[in-house]
Design a protein around this ligand. Structure first.
Ligand code: ADP
Ligand code: MG
Length: 627
């Protein structure tokens, strides 16, 4: 018969690679294949429920949705079946023969380079179905889609080695049956107690009953026994839910193998009626910076699953939050388009944002160590909030962590509140410095004055910092001040002996410097901020900062070159030395050298480094011959 013909197909090459990697890296946690198959079955049932909502005419009988497990010890088979939406032939090929998701290649490479945590990564990627080959020598899938007749059933069969076959079968019931032919070494998965344990561990909370075909010794018959609790966990009272259950639910919806750091579970009645269960993960996912990635919450309406990854409920800077929202006000037929401009959604977004920020605030008060863990993983993302969320800026600012001179390590642990607490009364501003990296910030000559006077400075070197600081101008009525920029108020804090400066002024040194650097600088001044450095460059308070200019350049724009203010240390021996040089050419050489040195420190690079080295060598050589 034509329709019974077996077709042989090859797995897509990426699928093949993934299969191979998985079979060889997941051996320590084999049991998860049951979780993965049940999770797919549960998804399929959710999809069918949703299908009935939009096509009520297809819902002829009132189905009791369930997932059934049975074993055959003689044949070494484990069978897991569901009465969900099923698949047609094309869907089987698409879903079980290829990996449709983008970024797969990148993921596979990532996986190859990692020795540990492979199972964690695989889980996050959700290549669930293939995990059945970790324990099976052969897998058969029998399925029929809700949209097909019983003659259009499909049988898929593979040993997971590169090829699979596919053929039409007659299958009466809509849904899918997965038959695993277990390896001889995996017989343990035929034991009822073992299956019970695994299902309880991973699938207790899914709201569909998982039943096992169990042999009743007394009555000598088989009967279906429900294993899991089958209640949507978020619909239970908080007091009825154990910590482990919260954690297991998190792992179930995220595929993360780590426990979450913390969570918040709220049921709200009133103008907006909803339940939320939101988690803060303890580790950032491997692809958090992938812009294509959709992050968002799972949406339910009146306990019916609607869709995954709904991004509208939280702002972008809280994209690390995972969890579910179950709304009682939204229509069941809500679509992604409706979500874009729905009033309920924007109302929820406001309250959920506040809720997460206050959850973080609680964490910071009650468990600073955990909060620090959070900051190390997600601080960079949270920083985006300073620019993005004007309304909650003060709250977010309170959550920020920095490093500083007094912190003396690169880990960001200093809060703004602590910074202020440790300042002297007369210090009006919060001082900060931005640089390319921690070391160049820490060793910047801009800090000399502050170190000498025991004034702490926040050291910022994350890429996003310059942008963030543009939006953060004040905290608790104290203004932020970049120490790379000119700052008149600083003069109040400086009381120095000006005798050296007076000598230099007599000689008109500033005038000479200004003449030789006229096209390169905006101005030249004496400064008492420096101790060990002869000269530095600062930006005029109204001009674009060095780091900002770098951001623009990196974005492909060409900002006009910054004209700096050149500040000279009148007490430095080199400055005193050049003041005595009478030969104009040599003096010019020195001035340019000092300027380029300062430019190198300020920007990290020079336009013409060879010329700079040439100048140094020339002056060094002169020195050798003069001694
Ligand atoms: P994921 O669940 O992350 O999509 P899987 O590898 O677990 O990845 O499953 C691949 C796809 O196969 C699913 O997305 C689904 O479309 C399909 N599938 C798997 N199991 C079933 C099932 N029991 N019923 C219907 N479709 C299924
Ligand atoms: Mg899956």
């Amino acid at each position: 018969m034509e329709k019974m013909k077996k077709e042989i197909h090859s797995f897509q090459s990426e699928a093949k690679q993934l299969l191979h990697l998985m079979i060889h890296s997941l051996y320590s946690n084999k049991e998860i294949f049951i979780r993965e198959i049940i999770s797919n079955a549960s998804d399929a049932i959710d999809k069918l429920r949703f299908h009935f909502l939009s096509h009520p005419e297809t819902n002829k009988s009132n189905i009791d949705f369930q997932i059934c497990i049975s074993v055959n010890k003689e044949k070494n088979t484990l069978i897991i079946s569901d009465n969900g939406i099923g698949m047609n032939k094309n869907e089987v090929i698409e879903n079980l023969g290829t990996i449709a998701k983008s970024g797969t290649k990148k993921f596979i490479n990532e996986l190859k380079n990692k020795t540990e945590e492979k199972s964690n990564l695989i889980g996050q990627f959700g290549v669930g179905f293939y995990s059945s080959f970790i324990v099976s020598k052969k897998v058969i899938v029998r399925t029929k889609s809700i949209n097909c007749s019983e003659k259009e059933g499909v049988l898929w069969e593979s040993d997971g080695k590169g090829k699979y076959t596919i053929q039409n079968i007659i299958k009466k019931e809509t849904g899918t049956e997965i038959i695993l032919f277990l390896n001889d070494s995996e017989k343990i998965f035929l034991e009822e107690w073992k299956i019970n344990n695994i299902v309880k561990k991973y699938s207790d909370h899914i709201d569909i009953p998982v039943k096992i075909n169990s042999f009743n010794e007394k009555e000598k018959i088989y009967c279906l026994k429900q294993i899991n609790r089958a209640k949507a966990i978020w619909s239970l009272k908080k007091s009825e839910i154990k910590k482990e259950e919260y954690q297991n639910f998190y792992k179930y919806i995220t595929n993360d193998t780590n426990n979450p750091l913390t969570w918040t579970h709220n049921t709200v009645e009133g103008t907006l009626e909803y339940t939320n269960l939101l988690y803060i993960p303890s580790k950032a996912p491997w692809d958090m910076w992938n812009r294509e990635n959709k992050y968002g919450l799972k949406l339910y309406v009146k306990k019916v699953y609607i869709m995954d990854d709904v991004q509208q409920f939280l702002p972008n800077y809280l994209r690390f939050v995972r969890g579910i929202i179950d709304s009682y006000d939204m229509p069941l037929n809500v679509s992604r388009e409706i979500l874009q401009e729905n009033k309920i959604v924007s109302g929820l977004r406001k309250t959920l944002t506040k809720r997460i920020l206050s959850l973080l605030n609680q964490l910071l008060i009650n468990n600073p160590e955990k909060y620090q863990k959070f900051w190390n993983e997600f601080g960079l993302v949270l920083k985006e909030g300073i620019a993005e969320d004007f309304q909650n800026k003060e709250t977010i600012a309170n959550l920020l962590r920095f490093t500083s001179i007094s912190n003396n390590k690169s880990e960001q642990t200093v809060s703004l509140e602590n910074y202020i607490k440790n300042t002297k009364k007369e210090q009006e501003k919060i001082y900060f410095l931005t640089a390319d990296n921690y070391l160049s910030a820490k060793n910047s000559p801009h800090l000399e004055f502050f170190k000498k006077n025991n004034i702490d400075v926040l050291l910022l070197s994350d890429k996003i910092d310059e942008w963030m600081m543009n939006h953060l101008t004040e905290f608790k009525e104290k203004k932020f001040q970049s120490i790379n920029k000119t700052d008149e108020s600083l003069n109040k804090l400086i009381q120095e002996d000006n005798s050296n400066q007076k000598i230099l002024e007599k000689n008109e040194l500033l005038k000479k410097i200004k003449e030789s650097l006229s096209d390169k600088i905006k101005d030249v001044k004496f400064t008492n901020k420096l101790t060990d450095t002869p000269a530095i460059l600062v930006t005029d308070s109204s001009d674009m900062s060095t780091q900002m200019a770098k951001l623009f350049s990196a974005a492909g724009q060409n900002p006009s070159p910054i004209k700096y203010i050149f500040e000279i240390n009148p007490n430095h021996v080199l400055i005193k030395h050049i003041n005595n040089i009478t030969e104009e050419k040599i003096l010019k050489e020195w001035i340019h050298l000092l300027f380029e040195e300062a430019l190198l420190v300020e920007t990290g690079s020079l336009e013409d480094p060879a010329n700079f080295i040439f100048r140094i060598n020339k002056l060094l050589t002169q020195n050798i011959f003069s001694t």
